[in-house]
Design a protein around this ligand. Structure first.
Ligand code: SAM
Length: 212
């Protein structure tokens, strides 16, 4: 019915329980797929933008899922107060995710995050709220790499060496390919010269460590 790319189907596979919140639902493909595939029984689909949310509302109506989806304009969890089994926040940046997680949110068993940039900031935010990563892995879609974080309570927090590139758990070739590609980008940028001290040098050294 709805075709998902590798990123969204990987996220879909991680959804568990009865009630899902899809934060930043936009097109609504994940919301509907979660129900169609029996990953949950009910979805609260939230988006900060009424225009974006309207795309989900249209899809929900078109496919006849009005009794299983509640659509709400909401900045993060601002208008979502019920207990949730899973909350997905995908396609937002690390700083937006940090902002959402710094405000009150309901009881949530599992977070699934897929930041499109600044993933390290999202990992710090997960540490900050006291959740730990059950999984943290990379999927490649076309030329882009996406990092998927599955976090629950009562699990060890990220240690300092895991903040930038995660845990590679479960292990995947995409993780190593992401690091090799990034290493090549940094090396090409400085064309054999030493990478200047600071953020990029730190990142480069970390890539070398992770590839060992
Ligand atoms: C790029 S789309 C991602 C859609 C979908 N989650 C995915 O991963 O394919 C980002 C969506 O997040 C919404 N958004 C941005 N900030 C938000 C916030 N603080 N709370 C809820 N939604 C937000 C945007 O309006 C937009 O619809």
């Amino acid at each position: 019915m709805i075709k998902l790319d590798k990123r969204l189907s990987s996220i879909l596979n991680e959804i568990e329980g009865t009630v899902l919140a899809d934060i930043g639902c936009d097109h609504g493909k994940l919301t509907i797929s979660a129900l169609v595939n029996g990953k949950c029984q009910k979805v609260i689909a939230g988006d900060i933008s009424a225009d974006s949310l309207n795309k989900t509302i249209s899809l929900v109506k078109e496919l006849g899922f009005e009794d299983k989806v509640e659509c709400r304009v909401s900045d993060g969890f601002e208008n979502i107060h019920e207990d949730l089994d899973t909350a997905v926040i995908a396609g937002l940046g690390g700083y937006e995710i940090k902002d959402i997680l710094s405000k009150p949110f309901p009881q949530i068993k599992r977070f699934i995050l897929c930041p499109h940039q600044n993933v390290m900031i999202a990992r710090r935010a997960i540490n900050q709220i006291g959740y730990g990563a059950l999984k943290d892995y990379v999927v490649k879609e076309g030329k882009k790499y996406y990092q998927i974080i599955v976090a629950e309570k009562d699990l060890p927090l990220y240690d300092i060496n895991e903040l930038r590139f995660g845990k590679n758990e479960p292990e995947s070739d995409d993780y190593y390919q992401m690091l090799k590609d990034r290493k090549a980008v940094l090396e090409n940028r400085f064309l054999g010269k030493e990478i200047p001290k600071g953020e990029m040098q730190d990142e480069y050294q970390e890539i070398i460590r992770c590839l060992k």
